[in-house]
Write a protein of this length. Structure first.
Ligand SMILES: Nc1ncnc2c1ncn2[C@@H]1O[C@H](COP(=O)(O)OP(=O)(O)OP(=O)(O)O)[C@@H](O)[C@H]1O
Ligand SMILES: [Mg+2]
Length: 255
């Protein structure tokens, strides 16, 4: 089975134009680009939450619009940029919501396993709405992983919109190490919007740079994270250095 996600000439007026890309199994792809570039909109198109005006998006060779909502929900999970809940639910209920597509009543152990993986165990019993922003983000990651859990690990496509925006240093590292470990196993495929280019450089296999609704650069961190490229598309004045432990570019803002 061709387990890729392929977008061909996707357009969503006036936000996105002519987006063609392919996401491959076992990859950790970072979607980067300035505010308003269209990253969140693209994520919605790639996950079937928005319908493109033109072009199409195929998972395993089948157009997203031809998948039943339940079958699609068993293949891909999405963590949004903002996730407020209107109800006063405890953490364990929010994580268990991820199991909705599976109709399996006795899978409470999955919520416990993803909680342990994502650092949510200390939050057990707390009300989601009383958590800090970073704690809520960890619970949303746990919910998304619970949605993709099969047997003893998450499998399928995980889409994350700025998953580290509220996380402290420890939890940024923990989340990216976890995603790297899960994608390297080949069962999980990740596409994450990241504003932190240094996290993307250290952990993503491939970067896609979006600007005003178009993919303007893509490839390895060494290829995409160049001072002239970032200057051109972000308008930022940057210097590129190297990580002290490995030959990965790191981005420094000029003062
Ligand atoms: N339905 C719509 N109609 C018109 N404009 C829209 C629509 N949806 C989003 N936009 C605009 O499209 C642009 C891209 O929005 P999007 O949320 O995808 O950006 P983003 O790259 O995720 O930005 P950020 O980094 O700030 O999260 C924004 O300028 C937004 O205001
Ligand atoms: Mg966004």
């Amino acid at each position: 089975m061709d387990n890729t996600l392929q977008a061909s000439n996707l357009g969503y007026s006036p936000v996105l134009r002519n987006i063609t890309l392919e996401l491959n199994p076992g990859e950790l792809v970072a979607l980067i680009g300035p505010n308003g570039a269209g990253k969140s909109t693209l994520l919605r198109l790639l996950t079937g939450y928005l319908k493109a005006d033109s072009g199409d998006c195929r998972l395993q060779g089948k157009a997203l619009s031809d998948w039943s909502p339940q079958a699609l929900s068993r293949q891909r999970a999405v963590m949004r940029q903002q996730s407020q809940l209107g109800f006063d639910w405890p953490v364990e209920t929010v994580i268990a919501m991820g199991r909705a597509p599976w109709e399996t009543p006795r899978d409470g152990h999955i919520a416990l396993q993803v909680a342990a993986l994502t650092g949510c165990t200390p939050l057990w019993g707390r009300k989601y709405n009383t958590l800090s922003g970073g704690e809520q983000q960890r619970v949303q990651l746990a919910r998304a992983l619970a949605q993709l859990w099969v047997d003893d690990a998450p499998r399928g496509w995980l889409f994350l919109d700025e998953p580290t925006s509220a996380l402290d240093l420890y939890h940024q590292q923990h989340l990216l190490r976890l995603l790297k470990q899960l994608t390297t196993s080949g069962q999980l495929h990740v596409c994450a919007v990241l504003h932190d280019l240094n996290l993307a450089a250290l952990w993503a296999d491939r970067l896609l740079l979006l600007h005003q609704g178009e993919v303007v650069a893509q490839g390895s961190a060494a290829h995409v994270l160049q001072a002239d490229t970032l200057g051109r598309w972000y308008g930022a004045d940057v210097h590129i250095g190297q990580h002290p432990q490995q030959p990965t570019p790191q981005v420094f803002l000029a003062p």
